[in-house]
Design a protein around this ligand. Structure first.
Ligand code: AMP
Ligand code: MG
Length: 520
């Protein structure tokens, strides 16, 4: 197993001088050295061939005892110094102070094909940032993160990646619904990979402590390693850096809206500085299209992180980042202008994204109303987002009356559609048909374009739960099946047709399918 090891983060940034693995406040440091916990009986459940390749590893490397021991924390490779990162964050709108990697341990960096990757274990034991928790992860949340991060990549959504999924052989106590019924579950570790795991909270922590010296060191490092095209750091370059983070964050969220992904916990400690989807916890996929939906039971009351609110929260989080970066930029006007651009760019990019979902190539001033009318119609009765948009590609403008039967499968209770709802839908299809007639591309060309942005398959909440239930009993075949299917989410893949279906009724209110807690 040959890896081109780099340690840029630990060699260029300030380390916590305290080497004790005790829970504490860590100041003037970006990270603390920590060794992963020994696991009693590790077992590899799945490896991502694409990620192996990205790191310069082969399939046979992944079959070695050494690989298993590295990705479960039992071996620390020579010349590597595992560490947990120090960061803070705003959680559910409130300042939470120091958080840090409570159960993530970065192993090393690998340079391959001119790309630099950080390999990190999630669930590898306690760190100085574990606060009152155990630093461990259970199988169900690990399967969800492993499958979803790779699926998101193949859906074209910026994301951190996953290299491996393994059982630790140890038991972990969890109270899934926080109702006083803790149970032992199988412990697991996902090895995740990203060019960087820096978060908004990594910068907020220094600003909050008025440690401008280390704030500057970290921002300079970030620009040098991750935004090198911006040039040498200066006030002007810091402003451009902030502007690019805003643009990347928006781009990521527009993709989420396009595929119906709800992150669930958009706290600033879960916002990547690279604009990658990070920290897959109680995330979920829209089944019925519903702007008010969140999978996160912890957020049930206010639904702060609901589907329709994600773009606003992205902006709110960027305001927190702006506050953190202000001491380096000291130009409130310039920063406000950038934040205002987020809103105008959101409007234009969201419109462009919805046009693409509808297969519209040209721009027409009435599109905003057409899209609004569609979103209203989609929420009249429970309507599956993925199936609706996929079926819509077969719509022919000359046959507007066939619109409703065409998308019939998308309705959860098709026989219960009232005449009023049917009339509203038919009116919408008439409008859509009229609009399509102003387009110059053929129906068959439009199908291809629509199918490239409207996935046929997404990782529905109940699908991940089925894989979890089977894996809990020792059967990992479904993990692999879903993994393979999600490599080509825009392709027809007739062998997976059974997964192009609405959520079954048994999953409607089942824990893990429609309700997810942060307990993981
Ligand atoms: P999250 O919302 O899952 O991103 O977690 C918020 C904070 O809690 C982060 O600092 C995590 O590292 C920490 N955390 C979550 N679960 C655990 C755990 N089981 N052990 C230690 N820290 C945890
Ligand atoms: Mg987190």
């Amino acid at each position: 197993m040959k890896l081109n090891i780099k340690n840029k983060f630990t060699t260029q940034l300030p380390a916590d001088p305290n080497l004790e693995n005790s829970r504490r406040q860590v100041t003037e440091a970006c990270f603390s050295y920590v060794t992963p916990k020994h696991t009693s009986n590790p077992e590899l459940l799945h490896v991502s061939p694409e990620m192996l390749n990205n790191l310069g590893l082969t399939k046979s490397d992944a079959e070695s005892e050494k690989f298993l021991n590295v990705v479960t924390g039992n071996i620390v490779l020579e010349n590597t110094t595992p560490y947990a990162m120090c960061y803070a964050g705003h959680q559910f709108g409130n300042w939470a102070g120091q958080l840090g990697d409570g159960r993530a341990i970065n192993l090393f960096e690998v340079e391959h094909d001119q790309k630099n990757w950080v390999v990190q274990l999630k669930g590898a034991g306690e760190t100085p940032y574990s606060r009152s928790a155990d630093g461990l992860a259970v199988l169900r949340s690990s399967i969800r993160e492993y499958l979803c991060s790779e699926a998101m990549h193949h859906l074209g959504v910026p994301t951190t990646r996953a290299l491996s999924l393994a059982l630790t052989g140890d038991k972990v106590l969890r109270d899934v619904m926080y109702n006083g019924n803790p149970e032992y579950e199988k412990g697991a570790i996902v090895s995740r990979v990203s060019p960087s795991f820096l978060r908004f909270g990594s910068y907020e922590i220094f600003a909050a402590r008025q440690d401008h010296k280390n704030l500057k060191i970290l921002v300079d490092f970030t620009i040098k390693e991750h935004f090198p095209h911006l040039g040498a750091p200066s006030k002007d370059i810091y402003t451009q850096f902030f502007s690019e983070v805003c643009a990347r964050t928006l781009e990521m969220i527009i993709h989420w809206q396009r595929v119906g992904f709800v992150h669930g916990v958009m706290n600033t400690d879960n916002m990547s500085i690279l604009g990658l989807t990070i920290d897959y916890g109680p995330y979920g996929w829209l089944e019925g299209f519903d702007c008010g939906w969140t999978p996160n039971t912890t957020d049930n009351q206010h639904k702060r992180y609901r589907y329709g609110n994600q773009p606003n929260i992205g902006l709110w989080n960027l305001y927190q980042l702006a506050n953190a970066l202000y001491p380096l930029i000291e130009d409130a006007k310039a920063m406000e202008a950038i934040l205002e651009t987020y809103t105008t760019n959101f409007e234009s990019q969201s419109l462009a994204m919805m046009r693409s979902k509808l297969g519209l190539q040209s721009e027409n001033a009435s599109d905003v109303l057409l899209i609004q009318a569609l979103e209203d119609a989609l929420q009249l009765t429970e309507t599956d987002m993925t199936i609706f948009f996929r079926q819509l590609s077969s719509f022919k403008p000359g046959k507007a009356s066939e619109g409703l039967p065409l998308v019939n499968d998308a309705f959860y209770a098709p026989t219960e559609l009232s005449d009023k709802i049917k009339a509203q839908w038919n009116a919408w299809f008439d409008r859509y048909a009229e609009r399509l007639l102003t387009e110059s591309i053929s129906n068959s060309e439009r199908v291809v374009k629509m199918n490239a942005v409207n996935p046929k398959y997404v990782l529905r909440n109940y699908m991940a739960q089925l894989a979890i239930d089977a894996a809990d009993k020792g059967d990992n075949t479904l993990i692999d099946e879903l993994f393979q299917m999600m490599k080509k989410p825009y392709d027809e893949q007739p062998q997976y047709e059974q997964w192009f279906a609405k959520r079954p009724e048994w999953a409607r209110d089942k824990v893990g399918c429609s309700m997810l807690s942060c307990s993981s």
